[in-house]
Unconditional design. Sequence first.
Length: 225
Amino acid sequence: MTIKDIPETERPREKMIKKGAGSLSTSELLAIILQGGVKNVNANELAFELLKEIGNLKNFLNLSYLELIKIKGIGPVKAAKILATVELGKRIFLGEEELKVKLKDPLSIYNYSKSFFYGIKQECFYALYLDSKKNLLTSKLLFKGTMTKSSVHPREIFKEAYKNNATYIVCLHNHPSGSVNPSPKDIEFTTYLVKLGMLHGCLIYDHLIISDDKYFSFLENNLLE
C-alpha cells in the first residue's frame, strides 16, 4: 500500500491541514517528516517501524546520525530531517540560552537525566560531557546491555570527551532491579575511570546510579578517590 492508496482524508498531511497537527498520532507526525517511504513500505509504515525500533519517544533526543542510518529504511536524507526536527524543537521550547544546561551538583544532574531511564528494562550507561564551567556540552548513550549486565569500555567514554573538548565527565547508569546501591564492580570500575581521567586530563565529576524516583551519587558519598 502506498500513501495514495490511503483515503485522502486519512493521509497525514491532508489530515493535519484539515484538523490541525494536534489531531495526528506520533507516527503520523513522523511520517510527514520522513516525507516518503521506501520500497514496499509507505511513510506511515516506516514511521511506525521507526518508533518501534527507537522504543521511547524521548530517545530521539540522544540519537546520533550514525545510529539513525543503521535503522532499516532510514537513509542520510531522512536521518538529517529527523535530527534537524529534534534540534529545532529543542530550540523552540528551551530557547537558545536555556540549551546551556548547567549541571552544578548531583541533584541537578539527576533532574536533567532521570528521563533517560524511564521505562528502560535493560542496563544502560550514559556519559554527560561538561565544559570547565560545568555547562553541558553533550550527552551520549554509550552502552546498552542485557537485563543484568552491561559491558562498558573506557576508551569509548574518553573518545567522546576528546571529540567534544570536555573538561569533566559524568557517568550515569541504571540497575534493572531498580536498586541504586552500587555493586563492588560499580565501585571498582568508577575508581578505575577516576584514575584514567587524571591521566587523560578529563576528570570524572560524578557517577550516578539512577532509578525512577531516586539516585546514588558517588560524589556525595565520597567514592571518587
